[in-house]
Design a protein around this ligand. Structure first.
Ligand code: C2E
Ligand code: MG
Ligand code: MG
Ligand code: MG
Length: 269
């Protein structure tokens, strides 16, 4: 465009880059088909209050059910981010999850993941507000999770989005904390109610002193700033006991429960 209108320019793209792009475009197409065929499925994983042992809320995790083959987000989230189709997925996930919250009493409070590009989507906050109204779901029942790296890429944009969501009455949590370039000034600015310590530090904290010390420090930062602390990848009882000793507020992981479809969740909790 900078060179003037009505011009064609030939780019030479490396093979790896073009493979990546092709893969992304295939997922973008797959996503559209999945929307039409109602193949987007939400699974839910409980998050437990460490002090009482009660389930405090559930995290909604997206899957594609392609004719019985369950496809996990690790396979398609990055691909969709590359072609900017991730906002479409976010809107679908929000619509589905909030609709389910209006029908299933077990889903008292739910955490919904937002993609790294969410703050660039002007239609996101109005979509959330509209959906909550449509299904008569109290905004305080929804927590939005955004990864630390995504927040850091655009602190001003993220702050603006989360202030808007806070005004609606929703909460906000910083996901995968410790994997980005944690700066103290940014945590101070972001209106988050909780900080989710990344699972990579948690899953070995019972046998790795460094990990233990890092989890302890992150929990202390959260508390000093008046935020709740959440630990993911709690895979055994030893970890849960350590978290209890450290005063971590919430725990999530296979030791407590795997993510599951709503039918199983209703039978289990
Ligand atoms: P996340 O938000 O950090 O979610 C936690 C991931 O860890 C989930 O993987 C969950 O199944 C897995 N997990 C839970 N407990 C354990 C455990 O004890 N051990 C281990 N090793 N893993 C555990 P999942 O569902 O494959 O999701 C991966 C990532 O994809 C999520 O990480 C999140 O960033 C993204 N994601 C998931 N659902 C959505 C969605 O609806 N929208 C968007 N934008 N992103 C999503
Ligand atoms: Mg999450
Ligand atoms: Mg996480
Ligand atoms: Mg994680």
């Amino acid at each position: 465009k900078a060179k003037g209108r009505n011009r064609a320019h030939c780019y030479s793209v490396s093979d790896a880059a073009s493979d990546k792009l092709r893969n992304s475009l295939q997922w973008a197409q797959q996503l559209r088909e999945a929307i039409v065929n109602d193949q987007i499925v939400m699974h839910f994983q409980p998050i437990m209050c460490v002090r009482t042992g009660a389930i405090a809320y559930y995290e909604a995790l997206v899957r594609l059910n392609l004719n019985g083959n369950i496809v996990y987000p690790g396979e398609f989230i990055q691909a969709l981010e590359q072609v900017e189709d991730i906002n479409l997925l976010d809107h679908q996930v929000i619509g589905k999850t909030i609709e389910m919250m209006s029908r299933h009493a077990v889903l008292k409070k739910v955490a919904i993941n937002l993609s790294a590009q969410a703050f660039r989507d002007e239609r996101l906050v109005p979509w959330i507000e509209q959906t909550l109204l449509k299904y008569q779901v109290e905004p305080s029942r929804v927590v939005f999770e955004l990864t630390e790296t995504a927040s850091l890429n655009n602190i001003a944009g993220t702050c603006a989005m989360f202030n808007q969501l806070n005004r609606l009455g929703c909460e906000f949590s910083i996901d995968d904390f410790g994997t980005g370039f944690s700066t103290f000034s940014y945590i101070k600015q972001l209106p988050a109610s909780s900080i989710k310590i990344d699972g990579s530090f948690v899953k070995n904290m019972h046998q790795d002193t460094m990990d233990f010390v890092l989890v302890k420090a992150m929990a202390e930062i959260a508390h000093a700033l008046g935020r709740k602390s959440v630990a993911e990848f709690v895979e055994n009882e030893q970890i849960l006991t350590l978290l209890q000793q450290l005063g971590v507020d919430y725990a999530q992981g296979y030791h407590i429960s795997k993510p599951m479809p709503i039918e199983l969740l209703e039978k289990t909790f």
